[in-house]
Design a protein around this ligand. Structure first.
Ligand SMILES: [Zn+2]
Length: 243
């Protein structure tokens, strides 16, 4: 299949980097979203990410022990959360835990905050501890495209305090590579610009956008995403020869 990539495609896909230096450029297409499930039908989430998330939850028999706390947010909703937090919790807390409008991954539909279902659940900082069912979730989730996006040791890079509850869908094998190499999404996007990766059955390469459209031949298992900065990341499944 032939695809033509133009400048606007830089800002779409599972691997877009969203942070204060790389703001969300395009409003998310609501057709890409669906209700989390029948119970939590007020929480919208990316359809493809939700498919994998629900699979992971069933794999670990999470039942109702893990609940969604916050999924997709519109720009207006993010502004409201930011401003409400400023009033209720002050500037220091807000800058640590709430992303600025258009710097929030929640606006992409690819991020979800999950909470352990026990008593009252804090909306900004739900509990998602490093043990029990939550830790089982982390272990399996990296095999299906999810990363714990904001870790303590990466605070100086992400500029967001550790958020044990915030998971970002980036797709497999990226999730597993990021976790196994103990890097954050910022470092991963940087690394790809320097070198092509071969990981498991995948070849992952960066394609810069040089102000003219790019024509690309994709195989059925290939995936192309913008990086939300200056180019694309091609994930190519290495096809093994069949005798
Ligand atoms: Zn979050």
């Amino acid at each position: 299949m032939k695809v033509i990539l133009t400048k606007k495609d830089i800002y779409k896909g599972n691997l877009i980097l969203i942070n204060p230096d790389n703001l969300l450029k395009n409003a998310t297409d609501v057709n890409e979203l669906e209700e989390y499930n029948e119970t939590f039908n007020n929480i919208l989430y990316n359809k493809n990410a939700n498919k994998y998330l629900q699979f992971v939850l069933s794999e670990i028999s999470a039942g109702n022990k893990i609940v969604p706390v916050s999924g997709y947010r519109t720009l207006k909703e993010q502004e409201k959360i930011f401003n409400d937090s400023l009033i209720e919790s002050g500037e220091e807390f807000t800058r640590k835990y709430v992303a600025l409008p258009n710097a929030s991954e929640h606006q992409t539909g690819l991020a979800i905050d999950l909470g352990l279902n026990q008593g009252e659940i804090d909306f900004i900082r739900p509990s998602f501890p490093h043990n029990g069912v939550c830790e089982n979730f982390r272990k399996i989730a990296i095999k299906y495209g999810f990363i714990e996006r904001y870790k303590k040791e990466k605070e100086s890079i992400t500029k967001i305090s550790a958020e044990e509850w915030h998971f970002r869908f980036v797709g497999y094998p990226h999730s597993e590579f990021i976790e196994n190499n103990n890097i954050c999404l910022e470092e991963y996007i940087d690394l790809l610009k320097k070198e092509k990766l071969i990981y498991k059955d995948y070849e992952i390469s960066y394609i810069p956008y040089l102000d003219k459209e790019i024509e690309l031949e994709l195989n059925s298992h290939d995936y192309i995403s913008g990086n939300n900065i200056d180019g694309f990341i091609l994930t190519r499944k290495i096809e093994n020869e069949i005798d």
